[in-house]
Design a protein around this ligand. Structure first.
Ligand code: HEC
Ligand code: HEC
Ligand code: HEC
Ligand code: HEC
Ligand code: HEC
Ligand code: HEC
Length: 500
């Protein structure tokens, strides 16, 4: 048996040696990657991941290998009959002293570096690049639509997490599961909404938008084109009553009444997308309660449906503030109004909406097939138009693909129908989930469906023949064939954003 002092160090084994070599390599790698990240403008998200996540993880693992190797060595020597003793540290011994100081110094530097690394890693996981581009396919729809929205300069985390430690931890926990489900390829396509446990709007949206500051009305201009050969044009100009966020002066009434801090609206939806709302409770400033129940639903004020009782906030109407996948009909209307699609091309409204709703495997596939089918349509049906306006047809096809590119995401099965937008009532129930005239209180009062309560139509008609009235006009349906049917049926029962 070799005496204790003569025993070679436990660290002399191949695992610990490999650990040491790997540690040095990762340390050097971290330092150089870090410098690269600091000074190179064009750094991409993958560099961030390697610098602040992969390389530090590799360093920690390699450092761990060193004691693990020593431990294994020790237990093997033990099996060979050697009885190990713990080393005696003697601070009077200059060698031991030197070793202690060096160890302290190395540990301190390491801790400082890791603190900085953790800080950078944290910042990196909060960045738009991390949220939006890392899982490229998964987040492509959200990231693309986000850049098309008015919030393109608001960070993802400002709406999805907000401030404070509690939500930070929650978001990292659910984020970890999301990374896992992406790696295992078990996520939903499309991603399911409404997002469970989204942070209440009071802590996110209301950091920038105060309900108290909503007053007056905002104007909306709509240009419509019917899907007929002439692309018959129709204009509607309306004033949206966006006030009501505070109960002062003229501001008592309006759409933002629901988020006025004095009012509380609770509701229970009976479907996962929150599109069917048979039960609503309104609590006023004085604490007075009123419950509205959908007629014929069988529920009563005292017996709400089972399910989550939600307090209404911004997201119950603005559920697509940043990821709005628009429907074919309204996007084509807009492109035609702006001139991106030439409105003199016969039947272009119908044709454009039709090709947008076609089935395509990928974006590239869509690009090719959209161009082909638009050209083919004019070549075959309108050869004289093709002869004279070939350029306009090709430009229209490009514009249609432009719409497709930012609103349709075949890999994730994302399109407008998957994510009902709760603002409005034309193609989704939206406001009419409650304001359909059939939600009644015990006293017999209904939640109003009077068109003028939410907006005033100040002008409408064909471009050369506009009726205008500042106090508001009675709605006239653009398609004469529909007549007055819109009074009996809800708009979204006929309108889908598509053409039949
Ligand atoms: C202005 C606030 C806002 C910003 C900024 C924002 N989001 Fe969202 N996001 C929302 C809301 C609201 C929803 C929908 C919630 C619901 O329906 O439950 C949502 C939904 C989502 C969804 C679920 C799928 C979907 O399409 O609805 C994902 C994924 C998502 N956001 C990712 C991101 C990413 C990545 C960014 C940054 C690039 C981002 N968000 C920026 C507010 C925002
Ligand atoms: C960090 C600040 C910030 C946060 C957080 C934020 N917004 Fe905004 N929002 C803005 C700014 C700035 C604009 C104006 C952009 C412009 O006019 O181009 C805006 C515009 C809007 C608009 C009008 C334009 C439109 O797209 O219709 C709506 C509605 C809106 N925000 C709703 C929301 C909702 C809902 C949330 C929470 C999910 C939210 N915002 C969170 C800053 C913010
Ligand atoms: C969850 C149910 C619900 C939804 C969804 C809803 N509302 Fe309301 N709304 C109510 C209730 C309840 C009242 C109060 C009715 C009453 O007391 O007569 C109300 C009242 C109003 C008022 C009158 C406020 C006032 O000043 O008196 C307006 C305007 C309004 N809503 C607009 C809208 C618009 C626009 C939408 C869609 C973007 C919408 N609402 C969606 C439940 C809802
Ligand atoms: C009852 C549904 C509803 C609720 C709840 C709601 N909004 Fe709105 N909001 C609307 C409608 C409808 C409009 C006008 C139409 C539009 O912009 O599409 C609007 C317009 C806006 C605008 C643009 C107004 C302008 O002056 O240009 C902003 C910003 C906004 N809302 C933010 C919010 C925020 C923040 C909250 C939560 C505190 C909120 N909204 C709650 C329905 C709602
Ligand atoms: C509870 C409030 C409310 C009621 C009641 C209401 N609307 Fe609206 N309406 C809205 C909102 C909000 C929008 C805006 C949608 C948007 O910003 O895209 C809208 C949009 C519209 C549009 C433009 C549609 C588009 O997207 O191009 C028309 C037309 C319209 N309403 C007509 C009517 C008529 C007709 C009635 C009565 C039968 C009516 N509305 C009742 C809230 C209401
Ligand atoms: C009975 C079915 C039906 C009902 C109900 C109905 N519409 Fe329509 N609407 C049509 C048809 C059909 C057209 C012409 C073809 C098309 O655009 O799909 C049309 C066209 C329109 C257009 C112009 C085309 C475009 O680009 O969207 C608008 C705007 C419109 N309707 C608004 C409304 C509104 C607002 C309501 C509810 C108040 C409503 N419609 C209810 C059937 C209906």
């Amino acid at each position: 048996m070799i005496p204790d002092e003569k025993q070679p160090s436990y660290f002399r084994n191949w695992i610990s040696v490999a650990g040491t070599i790997f540690s040095i390599i990762s340390f050097v790698a971290i330092c150089s990657l870090f410098l690269l990240d600091l000074f190179w403008e064009g750094a991409n998200p993958y560099l961030g991941i390697i610098t602040y996540m992969v390389a530090p993880a590799a360093l920690i693992l390699s450092l761990l290998l060193i004691p693990i190797g020593a431990g294994i060595e020790r237990s093997q020597r033990r099996k060979r009959g050697y009885v190990p003793k713990f080393p005696i540290i003697d601070f009077n011994n200059p060698v031991h002293q030197r070793w202690t100081y060096t160890t302290w110094a190395v540990l301190t530097i390491f801790l400082l570096f890791s603190a900085y690394g953790v800080y950078r890693a944290y910042n990196f996981t909060e960045s738009n690049t991390f949220c939006g581009t890392l899982c490229h396919t998964v987040m492509e729809p959200e990231y693309t639509a986000y850049h098309e929205s008015s919030h393109a300069r608001v960070n993802c985390v400002q709406c999805h997490i907000g401030e404070g430690a509690e939500w930070f931890v929650r978001s990292k926990l659910s984020g970890a599961y999301q990374v896992y489900s992406t790696i295992r390829n078990i996520y939903h396509r499309p991603i399911e909404t409404p997002i469970r446990n989204l942070r209440p709007a009071q802590d996110t949206c209301e950091r920038c938008h105060w309900p108290q500051k909503f007053f007056g009305a905002v104007e909306q201009d709509h240009d419509y084109f019917l899907p007929d050969e002439a692309n018959t044009e129709w204009k509607t100009r309306m004033l949206m009553s966006v006030g009501g966020g505070a109960s002062v002066g003229d501001n008592k009434r309006g759409i933002h009444w629901h988020v006025n801090p004095e009012n509380k609206i609770y509701y229970v939806a009976t479907d996962p997308k929150r599109q069917v709302i048979p039960w609503i409770r309104k609590v006023g400033k004085d604490g007075k309660e009123e419950v509205f129940v959908e007629k014929g639903s069988g529920y009563t004020a005292a017996k709400p449906p089972k399910g989550e009782m939600r307090r209404m906030d911004c997201m119950d109407c603005h559920n697509r503030p940043s990821h709005s996948y628009r429907d074919p009909s309204s996007t084509v209307n807009r492109a035609m109004a702006s001139g991106a699609i030439d409105k003199t091309l016969p039947s272009i409204k119908h044709e454009a909406v039709k090709v947008l709703t076609g089935k395509y495997e990928t974006k590239e596939d869509a690009a090719q097939k959209i161009r082909e089918s638009v050209s083919a349509f004019y070549k075959e049906k309108y050869p004289e138009v093709w002869a004279k306006q070939k350029g306009a047809v090709e430009q229209a096809a490009e514009a249609i693909f432009g719409i497709y590119k930012v609103n349709f995401f075949p890999k994730m099965n994302v399109a407008w129908k998957e994510y009902p937008n709760n603002i409005g009532h034309l193609i989704f129930p939206g406001c009419f989930r409650c304001h359909d005239g059939s939600h009644e209180s015990a006293a017999g009062k209904t939640i109003s469906n009077d068109c003028a309560q939410c907006h005033a139509i100040i002008s409408q008609g064909a471009p050369g023949d506009l009726e205008t009235k500042v106090e508001g006009l009675d709605f006239k349906h653009p398609d004469p064939g529909v007549g007055e049917t819109w009074k009996e049926m809800k708009c979204y029962e006929c309108h889908t954003g598509d053409v039949e």
